[in-house]
Design a protein around this ligand. Structure first.
Ligand code: ARG
Length: 577
């Protein structure tokens, strides 16, 4: 159910009748209820071509457009806008139909195989706040695409390979020799990394041993690989703990770390060489990119193999592209990292296309995001200036939610309170992030995100519980609220219109990989619900049975839409708050 698409179709037909089939069909949501629910803004653009005034063109369009049964009134406004007031009866019918449908009236799209590359922490270290954004934005987009009918292939491109593992393995080896267990030694990766680094910088002979480990690891030495696997397993378990706390859908089977591509890197290079895409330059293998030349015409240099023979992050990404095409049959790839990697992915895409690793109809999209900043507007850090571990941040969120709940009057059991604190705290952190346009930096602010007012998770979770309490008071279950919806009050009309815009919202969010679009929608939906609730009594004595049933049905649809949207975002709902 996509109102916008229906209107576009009707107006396209109308334009074809006016011999303007090729003209743009700009239909948009109205900004104010007085202007109706939608507007058609194409008359101005056509006026020149049809040699009459925009208002006359608008009239001609109105004369031929077929909106019977859909719109109850249309008028020409200003220079030639067409305001469309949708029919309340039609909206009511559509809303009733959507309520009866498990998929909320949302049609699936033609299925594509879509790789979503997200989270991808570096396993040498603990996950930090920088991985929050990739993990939760990627997860929300993956879930939305899946719901739209796509075959989503989650790929956790973890950083599990590289020279830094030399010193870590040397250090781990010594710990195990001293009879420590890996889980204990690696219980704090940040600490472990620091210890290894101190030894690397100061301890006689350690750096050499670390380098030997790198050579052994790359040479496929069994003992060394076993040690490495041990390290990786413990580190992945740390990430899994975070994923579980974060309520994201990533599991171990989605891990496709950098190491997985190691056996194919030499093939990537020889393939690039054979095609003349990569050439030697000062001992290294490079691709010259005229597409990204500087202002003097000097091409950008993309290194695929270092002069010593070593491979790079870039080589692995090219191998990943090949794998995703050949083994996963990907039509589209979305990669979520911070904006600082934008150039890397732009270059990688150009090289992959030159080499035929990506066909013309295959999309490769880097979805960049901005940084999380502290209240001082500087990159988010601990009080002492260190990186904030993600797990600590999440624990703090739950603690803060607990403190907040303790200040409110309630008679919940301790277990219930703990569960609520978890859902509210984690929900607040996720929503605060997801609700911001991903391309900009944002300021992390505990008080704002945990507020019950404004565009926050607690506000939406609370709105959801308010709806549940109506079903309780009415002594009905949500599933039983299936009466036909009737629309009389303007608040009912506004709410129904919003509810019917859910498909349009999800499509946009999935297409642009922008969860904030869904957040804004849910916030507006909840706000319209509150207005409806104020204006349209449901359980008062003087409300007719038919009004009551219709309004309960609207509540049910609202509840279903809110919980579905929050679920896509990976935010839990509560029955009581
Ligand atoms: N591990 C990388 C990082 O932490 C992100 C990997 C993103 N995916 C990719 N295919 N390069 O920055």
């Amino acid at each position: 159910m996509n109102i916008q698409a229906i209107l576009v179709e009707r107006f396209s037909t109308a334009l074809a009748k006016l011999d303007a089939a090729d003209a743009a069909v700009p239909v948009s949501k109205s900004t104010r209820p007085e202007f109706g629910e939608y507007q058609f803004n194409g008359a101005m653009g056509l006026a020149k071509r049809l040699r009459c005034s925009p208002r006359d063109v608008a009239q001609q369009i109105l004369d031929v457009v077929d909106l019977d049964g859909i719109a109850e009134q249309c008028e020409i406004a200003g220079p030639g806008f067409i305001n469309i007031h949708l029919s309340s009866q039609w909206l009511a019918q559509q809303a009733s139909r959507v309520l009866a449908d498990e998929r909320l009236g949302i049609e699936t799209q033609p299925q594509q195989n879509i790789v979503v590359d997200y989270s991808a922490p570096n396993l040498a270290k603990e996950m930090h706040v920088g991985h929050l954004r990739s993990t939760i934005i990627g997860d929300a987009v993956a879930k939305a695409l899946e719901f739209m009918g796509h075959n989503v292939l989650r790929q956790n491109h973890m950083g599990d390979w590289g020279t830094q593992f030399g010193m870590l393995l040397a250090h781990l080896n010594d710990k195990l020799q001293a009879n420590e267990v890996a889980e204990t030694a690696l219980s704090d990766l940040e600490d472990f990394y620091r210890q290894a680094k101190v030894r690397f910088d100061a301890e006689e002979g350690f750096a050499d041993r670390a380098r030997e480990y790198v050579v052994k690891l790359q040479g496929g030495d069994d003992a060394c690989l076993a040690l490495w696997q041990n390290f990786i397993d413990v580190s992945i378990a740390h990430s899994e703990e975070v994923y579980e706390k974060l309520n994201v859908s990533l599991t171990r089977e989605h891990v496709m770390g950098e190491s997985a591509y190691n056996p194919d890197l030499a093939n990537v290079i020889s393939d690039l060489q054979a095609q003349g895409v990569a050439v030697e330059d000062a001992g290294a293998q490079v691709v010259f990119l005229d597409e990204l030349a500087d202002k003097n015409g000097k091409p950008a240099v993309y290194i695929v193999q270092k002069s010593g023979g070593g491979y790079l992050y870039a080589t692995t990404d090219l191998a990943a592209i090949r794998y995703r095409k050949q083994q996963l049959a990907a039509h589209r790839t979305l990669i979520f990292t911070d904006a600082r990697q934008a150039l890397h992915f732009k270059q990688t895409e150009i090289v992959a296309r030159k080499a035929g690793f990506l066909a013309a109809d295959e999309q490769y999209q880097h979805c960049p995001f901005g940084m999380m900043l502290g209240k001082d507007g500087k990159p988010f850090k601990t009080r002492t200036g260190g990186t904030v571990k993600l797990i600590d941040l999440l624990d703090e969120a739950v603690e803060r939610a607990q403190t907040l709940l303790a200040t409110r009057d309630n008679d919940f059991s301790a277990d219930t309170l703990a569960d609520m604190a978890n859902k509210i705290g984690i929900g607040a952190v996720k929503y605060a992030d997801l609700s911001k346009n991903r391309t900009t930096d944002y300021i992390f602010d505990w008080d704002a995100m945990l507020s019950f007012e404004g565009n926050t998770a607690p506000y939406l979770q609370y709105a959801f519980t308010r709806i549940q309490s109506i079903f309780n008071k009415a002594n009905v279950t949500l599933e039983n609220c299936r009466e036909n919806i009737v629309i009389n009050a303007p608040q009912e009309k506004a709410l129904a219109t919003k509810l019917l815009q859910y498909q349009d919202t999800l499509e946009q969010m999935a297409h642009e990989a922008t969860p904030h679009v869904l957040c804004t929608y849910l916030y507006e939906l909840a706000s319209l619900y509150m207005k409806f609730y104020e204006a349209c009594p449901i359980l008062k004595d003087d409300v007719s049975e038919s009004d009551k049933a219709s309004r309960l049905a609207l509540c049910a649809l609202c509840s279903n839409t809110l919980s579905h949207g929050l679920d896509v975002l990976g935010i839990a709902t509560l029955d009581k708050m």
